[in-house]
Design a binder for this molecule. Structure first.
Ligand SMILES: *Cc1c(COP(=O)(O)O)cnc(C)c1O
Length: 395
C-alpha cells in the first residue's frame, strides 16, 4: 500500500509525523501500511493501558454500540452510573463528572475549585500549580501548565495560576495569599520527564491546604487507573485529596475522562457544568471493561512485578552505557540518558528493521516508557535488548 500523500495534506499540520499509517494493533504490537510490525512502549502516551484492541474493551464497545449509543446527558444511563460507582468505591471521592479529555476534566476541576471559592472562601480563585507541569491544551489548562513558553503563545493567559517548584514547600508557602483556593499537581510529572513528588511533599501539601482551608487537586490524567502500580497514584502517599482528574488510561484507547470530587466540594449548581458527550454510555462501557480488568485480583501485583523488571533492566542499560540511571513510579518510567541522544534513539528505533520499536523522548536527554500494563516479561526483555543495540549504535 502507498502512503496517502493527499490524505496527509488534508490534515491540519500540528506536528511532524513519520510517513507511516498504522492499520492495526494487538497487545503491545502495531502494524503499518506496509506490513511492518512495531513493539509499542508508548501506547498512545499511556492511554492504551491494556494494549491495542484489548478483548474486554472491544467486546464491551461492540455490545454497547448495538444497545444504546446516546440517550443524551439530560437522562441517566446505566454504564455511566456503574462506572461512577466503581470509581467512588475505589477512591476517597463521592461524585464523578465524566468528560472527553484530560484537559476538559482539568478545566472542570478548575471551575469546581473556583465555584467552591465563591461559595466558601469569599471569592478566592487562585490555584497554585507547578513549574514544568502539564495540565492540557485549553486556554485555562495551558495557563495552569508550567511548560516554558506557554505563557505567551496564546496571550493573554487565563489569570490566577501562580507557579511553585515541585518538592519545595517554601516555594508553595511563598505564593499563598487570601485569594488562594487550591493547589493542583501531578503526582508524577509526566510530560516534563517522569518526575515523582516525594511522599513527604505530598503529605506537607495536604497539611498546608487543610491549615489554610484550601483544596488539594491531583491531576491523575497520566498516573491514574493502575499506571503507577496502585489504582490511583495518590494512594501511594497516604493522603486524601479533594479533587482528582482522570483521562488517558481510564478509557483504554477511547476518549473518556473523569472529574472526581468529595461530597463537600461537589458544589456545581445546575447549569454550571455539562457537555454534549458527558457520561456517554459507549465510552462508559469501555471504561467499565478497563476498570474491571485492572481491579481484578492479582492484576496490579503483576503490574508491579513487570515494573520492577523494567526498572532493573533500565538500570542495567544505564550502567552498561554510562548513563545517569532511571526513575519513575510503577509502569511510568524514564531512562536518564546523560546526553542528548533521545530524539536520535526514537528515530532509529522506529526505523529499526525488520521490526520497529516505538519510544518517546519528552526531553532530549530522557526516554519515557509507558507500555501496556499487561505487557509480557518477554516483551520487556525484547525492548531492552533492542534498546541496548540502538544505544550502542547511537554512541
Ligand atoms: C495528557 C495529560 C493531560 C491532557 O489530557 P488530554 O486528554 O490530552 O486533554 C493533562 N494532564 C496530564 C497530567 C496529562 O498527562
Amino acid at each position: 500500500m502507498q502512503f496517502d500523500q493527499a490524505g496527509a495534506q488534508a490534515l491540519m499540520e500540528i506536528t511532524s509525523r513519520p510517513e507511516l499509517v498504522f492499520v492495526r494493533g494487538q497487545g503491545s504490537w502495531l502494524e503499518d501500511h506496509q506490513g511492518k510490525r512495531y513493539l509499542d512502549f508508548m501506547q498512545g502516551w499511556a492511554v492504551n493501558c491494556l494494549g491495542h484492541c484489548p478483548q474486554p474493551v472491544v467486546e464491551a464497545i461492540t455490545r454497547q454500540a448495538s444497545t444504546l449509543l446516546n440517550p443524551s446527558p439530560a437522562f441517566y444511563n446505566q454504564p455511566s452510573m456503574d462506572l461512577a460507582r466503581r470509581l467512588t468505591q475505589a477512591s476517597c471521592f463521592d461524585r464523578v463528572f465524566f468528560a472527553n479529555s484530560g484537559a476538559e476534566a482539568n478545566e472542570g476541576a478548575i471551575k469546581l475549585a473556583r465555584k467552591w471559592g465563591q461559595l466558601k472562601r469569599g471569592g478566592a480563585y487562585k490555584i497554585i500549580t507547578f513549574e514544568h507541569s502539564f495540565h492540557g491544551r485549553t486556554l485555562a489548562t495551558m495557563s495552569a501548565s508550567g511548560k516554558p513558553g506557554w505563557d505567551t503563545i496564546f496571550a493573554p493567559q487565563v489569570d490566577g495560576f501562580p507557579k511553585a517548584k515541585l518538592n519545595d514547600l517554601d516555594s508553595v508557602r511563598a505564593l499563598i495569599d487570601d485569594q488562594t483556593v487550591a493547589i493542583m499537581l501531578e503526582p508524577v510529572q509526566g510530560e516534563s520527564g517522569v518526575i515523582p513528588v516525594t511522599a513527604e511533599f505530598m503529605r506537607e501539601l495536604r497539611e498546608l491546604t487543610h491549615a489554610n482551608n484550601m483544596l488539594l487537586i491531583v491531576d491523575e490524567v497520566q498516573t491514574g487507573v493502575g499506571r503507577t502500580g496502585a489504582m490511583f497514584a495518590y494512594q501511594h502517599f497516604g493522603v486524601e485529596p479533594d479533587i482528582m482528574t482522570l483521562a488517558k488510561g481510564i478509557g483504554g484507547g477511547v476518549p473518556l475522562a473523569a472529574l472526581c470530587a468529595r461530597e463537600e466540594v461537589s458544589v456545581f449548581k445546575h447549569g454550571d457544568q455539562g457537555g454534549t458527550y458527558n457520561g456517554n454510555p459507549l465510552m462508559a462501557a469501555a471504561g467499565l471493561a478497563v476498570f474491571d480488568t485492572i481491579a481484578a485480583p492479582g492484576f496490579l501485583d503483576s503490574v508491579n512485578a513487570r515494573a520492577e523488571q523494567l526498572s532493573k533492566g533500565l538500570i542495567r542499560l544505564s550502567d552498561k552505557h554510562g548513563m545517569e540511571g532511571e526513575r519513575g513510579l510503577g509502569m511510568l518510567r524514564a531512562l536518564k540518558l546523560g546526553r542528548d541522544i533521545g530524539p536520535a534513539l526514537v528515530k532509529a528505533a522506529i526505523n529499526r528493521a525488520p521490526e520497529g520499536l516505538l519510544l518517546n523522548a519528552p526531553r532530549p536527554n530522557l526516554l519515557r516508557f509507558m507500555p501496556a500494563l499487561n505487557v509480557s516479561a518477554d516483551e520487556i526483555e525484547l525492548m531492552l535488548s533492542w534498546l541496548d543495540e540502538l544505544i550502542a549504535q547511537a554512541d
